[in-house]
Design a binder for this molecule. Structure first.
Ligand code: WT7
Length: 637
C-alpha cells in the first residue's frame, strides 16, 4: 500500500495547506480518489452552517469495510491486521492477518443477518477490548447497520439511555471483560439495562471471562454458537452493502453541557477519507510499521485510530485488552518491547500516572523500535511531554500532540511527525484542510498572533459530524448558534507569536477527567437522585494525574450523622447512574450555593474556590446571599 497523499517534507505541508484553503473541494477530491468507490461522487461538497447541512462526496457509493479489508487481500492478505495483547501477560496473544480478519468479519456479518439485522438498524456494542469488538464493529459496517459502541465503564442506566435514544434492535456484548485485576460482568450490566429497553430483540454474547451469565430464552444467543451455524451453512460469502457516502456509519454518544449525552453521527464516505488521511499523515505511517494506540474502542480515538484509520491504510494495529499499570507500571513498555512497536499513541493521563512510578519499570525494556509518539485527549503538561520524549522516545522520537474531538472524527491540529515543528504543550498547526480561527466573546475574529480566544473552525472538513442523532436542532444549537457561520469547538485556545496553537481547555460546562469527557450537568443530575440531596453544583479542578478532578458542592435536607459515609453513598449513586468514571473526587457539604437574585448558580465562584484561587472570586455583590461564599471557602476540601 502506498499513500500518494502522504506529506513528505515541510514544503509539501505548506503547499498542501495552501491548496486546501484555496480549493478545499479539489484538495479533498484528490485524496478521496485513492479509495475504493463502487461509484464516484457527483459533488464533492455541499454545505451551509446555518441549517446546518453538510454533505461530502454526494452520490458516491462505497463500503468502508471494502476499503479496510477487501482491497488489501491481494497484496497484504498475510500481513497482521490486528495484534491483540490480552490483559494477563501469561495468556497467549493473538494475531489476525488481513485475510483472517476479513473472514471473521464476513462470518459475523452473516450472524447479524441471521439474527434479523438489516441496513440502517442500530446496534449497541458493549464489549471489552478483544478482537471480537473490532470484528463486531466492522461486521455492522459491512451490512450497513449503524453501530453505537458504549464504553465498558458505563452503567446500566447510561447504556439504557443510549439504547433508547437510538432505538437499537440488537446488542452485542461479552460475558465479562478483564481489565487489570478486575473482571467486569458486562452481560449482567446489559441485563439490567435491557429491563427498560423494549426495542432490543436480540443479544449476542461472546465468551471471554466465563463468568456465569443468565441467557434469556428467545433473546440471548452465544457468539460462538451463531458462528457455528454460519459454518454449518458452508460459510457463505458476505458481499458488502453498497452505502451512500452520506449514509450513517456510526453513532457515538458524548457529553455536552446539558444532562443528556448526545449521539454524534458520522457518515461513511467523509469519515473514511478523513480518518485515513489524518492517520497516514500525522503518524507518517510507513508500510509494515507496528502501531499501538492505547485508547479503548468505546471512545472516538479507538474508532478512528485503532480500527478505521489504520485498517483502511493496511496498517498493523495493536489492540491491548488491559490497563497500563497491570500487572505493573511497565506493561506498556513490555508490549512495545514484545512486538517491536514503532508508533505509540497514548493519553497524557496515562503518561502522568506512569511517571509516578519512576524509571524502574522503563529500565531494561527495549524501546529501540519506537519511531514516533503521540498524545491525545487533553492538554499535555510540559513535564509529562518531556518525560515521554526523554525516557520513552529516548530523545529520538517526534511527539505529535493531537487536538481533536468526538465531533471532528479525526485529528485537526497536530504536528506532522518529524516534519513540522513540535512545541511542548502545543498542538501546533492545523492539518491541511482544517481552517481554525479564534474569536472573541462577541464572535469577532481575532487576527494576528500572540492572541487568545475561543476556537472555531470556519470551513467543513470531511470527518465532521453531520448531526446529533434524532435531534438536529441540538446539533445546530450546540455547534453553530454561538457564532454565526462557524463551528464552535467549546475549547479555549492560544495562538502564540509564531502562529502555533495551544489548547487551553473547555470553556463550557464539560469536564475532561483522565481524557474522558463528562458533563457537569450529568453528574449533578446523578447526585441529585441520591436520597436526602437537595441540590448540587459540580465543577472541575486541576488534578495531578487525571488532568481535571470532579468537585461537587452538595446541600442536604438534614445534616448527615456520618458525613464520610454519606459522601461514599453519593459517589456510589453517581457510579450507578453514570459509571465509576464520573464519581466525584471531592464532595463538600454546604448550607447553600451562591446564587444570583434570579436563582442562577454562580459557577465561576465555585470553580475558583475548587481551584483554591480564593483571592480572585470577582464581584460577589450580585449574589442573593454573599455570606454563603464565606462558609464555602471555610469548608473547602
Ligand atoms: C476534548 C474532546 C480527541 C479524542 C479524545 C477526546 C480535549 C482533546 C486534546 C489535546 C488539548 C485536547 C479538548 C476537546 N482535547 N485532545 N491534544 N490538547 N485538549 O475526545 O472526548 O470528544 O473530547 O478533549 O477539550 O474539546 P472527546
Amino acid at each position: 500500500m502506498s499513500y500518494p497523499y502522504q506529506i513528505k517534507n515541510i514544503e509539501e505541508y505548506e503547499q498542501a495547506y495552501k491548496q486546501s484553503v484555496m480549493d478545499p473541494e479539489g484538495f479533498w477530491a484528490n485524496i478521496a480518489d485513492h479509495f475504493l468507490w463502487r461509484r464516484k461522487w457527483d459533488k464533492v461538497l455541499e454545505w451551509n452552517f446555518s441549517d446546518p447541512d453538510i454533505k461530502w462526496f454526494q452520490g458516491g457509493k462505497l463500503n468502508i469495510t471494502e476499503n479496510c479489508l477487501d482491497r488489501h487481500l491481494g497484496t497484504l492478505g498475510n500481513r497482521p491486521a490486528i495484534i491483540w495483547e490480552p490483559n494477563d501477560p501469561e495468556e497467549r496473544h493473538r494475531i489476525l492477518t488481513y485475510r483472517e480478519l476479513y473472514t471473521k468479519v464476513c462470518q459475523f456479518a452473516n450472524v447479524l443477518k441471521n439474527n434479523g439485522v438489516k441496513k440502517g438498524d442500530r446496534i449497541c456494542i458493549y464489549m471489552g477490548m478483544i478482537p471480537e469488538l473490532a470484528i463486531a464493529v466492522l461486521a455492522c459496517a459491512r451490512i450497513g447497520a449503524i453501530h453505537s459502541v458504549v464504553f465498558g465503564g458505563f452503567s446500566a442506566q447510561s447504556i439504557s439511555d443510549r439504547i433508547k435514544d437510538a432505538s437499537c434492535s440488537l446488542v452485542i456484548t461479552c460475558d465479562g471483560a478483564f481489565r487489570g485485576n478486575k473482571d467486569i460482568p458486562l452481560k449482567s450490566v446489559i441485563d439490567d439495562a435491557l429491563m427498560t429497553c423494549p426495542t432490543v430483540k436480540k443479544v449476542i454474547v461472546a465468551t471471554r471471562t466465563r463468568t456465569p451469565v443468565s441467557m434469556l430464552k428467545g433473546r440471548d444467543v452465544w457468539w460462538e454458537d451463531e458462528i457455528k451455524a454460519v459454518e454449518t451453512m458452508g460459510n457463505p460469502p458476505c458481499p458488502a452493502e453498497e452505502m451512500d457516502a452520506e449514509d450513517m456509519l456510526f453513532i457515538l454518544y458524548t457529553s455536552g453541557s446539558t444532562g443528556k449525552p448526545k449521539g454524534v453521527v458520522h457518515t461513511c464516505g467523509g469519515y473514511m477519507v478523513y480518518a485515513n488521511y489524518t492517520f497516514v499523515n500525522t503518524f507518517q505511517y510507513q508500510p509494515g510499521e507496528v502501531y499501538f494506540c492505547t485508547a479503548d474502542v468505546g471512545w472516538i480515538t479507538g474508532h478512528s485510530y485503532i480500527i478505521y484509520g489504520p485498517l483502511s491504510a493496511g496498517a498493523t494495529t495493536l489492540m491491548f485488552e488491559g490497563v497500563p499499570t497491570y500487572p505493573d507500571a511497565g506493561r506498556l513498555w513490555e508490549i512495545v518491547d514484545k512486538f517491536r512497536v514503532n508508533i505509540l499513541y497514548t493519553a497524557p493521563t496515562a503518561i502522568r500516572s506512569l511517571m509516578g512510578y519512576g524509571l524502574g519499570p522503563v529500565n531494561h525494556k527495549d524501546l529501540s523500535s519506537l519511531r514516533k509518539l503521540g498524545s491525545v485527549g487533553e492538554p499535555i503538561n510540559e513535564e509529562a511531554w518531556h518525560w515521554f520524549k526523554d525516557n520513552i522516545g529516548k530523545g529520538r522520537c517526534p511527539i505529535v500532540d493531537t487536538w481533536w474531538q468526538t465531533e471532528t472524527g479525526g485529528i485537526m491540529i497536530t504536528p506532522i511527525a518529524g516534519i513540522t515543528k513540535e512545541k511542548p504543550g502545543y498542538a501546533t498547526l492545523p492539518m491541511p484542510g482544517v481552517q481554525p480561527i479564534l474569536v472573541d466573546e462577541a464572535g469577532k475574529e481575532i487576527q494576528g498572533n500572540g492572541v487568545n480566544g475561543n476556537l472555531c473552525i470556519k470551513h467543513p472538513w470531511p470527518g465532521m459530524l453531520r448531526t446529533t442523532y434524532g435531534d438536529h436542532e441540538r446539533f445546530r444549537n450546540t455547534y453553530f448558534s454561538t457564532y454565526e457561520n462557524l463551528y464552535f469547538t467549546g475549547d479555549g485556545c492560544l495562538r502564540d507569536e509564531e502562529g502555533y496553537y495551544r489548547i487551553t481547555g473547555r470553556v463550557d460546562d464539560v469536564l475532561n477527567v483522565s481524557g474522558h469527557r463528562i458533563g457537569t450537568a450529568e453528574v449533578e443530575n446523578a447526585i441529585n437522585m441520591h436520597a436526602g440531596v437537595v441540590e448540587s453544583a459540580v465543577v472541575g479542578y486541576p488534578h495531578d494525574i487525571k488532568g481535571q478532578g470532579i468537585y461537587a458542592y452538595v446541600t442536604l435536607e438534614h445534616l448527615s450523622h456520618d458525613a464520610e459515609l454519606t459522601k461514599k453513598d453519593i459517589a456510589q449513586t453517581v457510579a450507578r447512574i453514570i459509571g465509576p468514571i464520573a464519581k466525584p473526587d471531592k464532595i463538600q457539604f454546604v448550607d447553600g450555593l451562591p446564587k444570583t437574585r434570579s436563582g442562577k448558580i454562580m459557577r465561576r465562584i465555585l470553580r475558583k474556590i475548587a481551584e483554591n484561587d480564593l483571592d480572585n472570586l470577582g464581584d460577589t455583590s450580585t449574589l442573593l446571599d454573599p455570606s454563603v461564599v464565606e462558609d464555602i471557602k471555610k469548608g473547602r476540601l
